[in-house]
Design a protein around this ligand. Structure first.
Ligand SMILES: Cc1cc2nc3c(=O)[nH]c(=O)nc-3n(C[C@H](O)[C@H](O)[C@H](O)COP(=O)(O)O)c2cc1C
Length: 195
């Protein structure tokens, strides 16, 4: 697939089957992070791969966090999250190695992590795989972050669920970009998207 066609056709999905990428293909996919824009060359992105037998271990940590935050969380919600984390072909925890003392503001360090994650999502699609970025309460759970190796000030930007999407899935149509673009002529702009 040509590079631009690939960028124009990516969409997220959590309906993912085996296989997930591995070996040199996974290395190539993750290597696209190293091309992300990165103020100060801090390279704040870190990736933790959770697959195989490690999956239920992560799922139990996620569930423990849910119950710690809300002991009355409905059983169906717990089971759904347990199943997701236990069965995704590959989960990539998006670690952030943050340097609060650095002259580069934290928001810029976090944006670099996000830019790198986007490269990975695009690379997954370009290689015939798929994924989705998820966050929620679990992404800001310090105990979960710590269990994965990210004690404060470091943390998580969420998780990428990764695998093979159904080739026949309905891909949502792409909205035209014109409502999100304006040409500036000296006065503040407005956008069709905001009308
Ligand atoms: C930082 C971030 C966090 C997200 N967290 C969630 C989430 O917790 N749950 C969810 O369903 N989608 C979440 N999304 C949205 C999906 O990753 C995805 O972008 C969305 O379903 C739209 O699909 P698209 O990427 O094909 O446009 C998040 C996106 C970003 C960028």
């Amino acid at each position: 697939m040509a590079a631009l066609d690939s960028l124009l056709s990516r969409s997220s999905t959590d309906a993912l089957s085996e296989p997930a990428p591995d070996g040199s293909v996974l290395e190539d996919i993750l290597s696209t992070a190293m091309r992300a824009p990165d103020h100060g060359r801090l390279r704040p992105w870190r990736y933790v791969l959770i697959r195989g037998e490690a999956r239920p271990k992560l799922a139990e940590l996620v569930v423990a966090g849910m119950l710690a935050r809300d002991p009355d969380v409905p059983a169906a919600k717990i089971e759904k999250r347990r199943t997701r984390f236990s069965t995704m072909p590959l989960t990539i925890a998006l670690g952030m190695h943050l340097r609060p003392e650095d002259k580069i503001p934290l928001i810029e360090q976090e944006m670099a992590v996000a830019a790198a994650a986007m490269n990975i999502l695009n690379a997954l699609h370009a290689t015939g795989f798929g994924g989705v970025w998820v966050t929620g309460d679990m992404a800001v759970d310090p105990a979960l972050a710590s269990a994965l190796g990210f004690d404060a000030p470091h943390g998580l930007a969420g998780f990428l669920f990764v695998g093979t999407p159904d080739p026949n899935r309905a891909v949502p149509p792409r909205r035209p970009v014109e409502d999100y673009v304006a040409e500036w002529h000296g006065a503040p702009v407005t956008f069709g998207a905001d009308k």
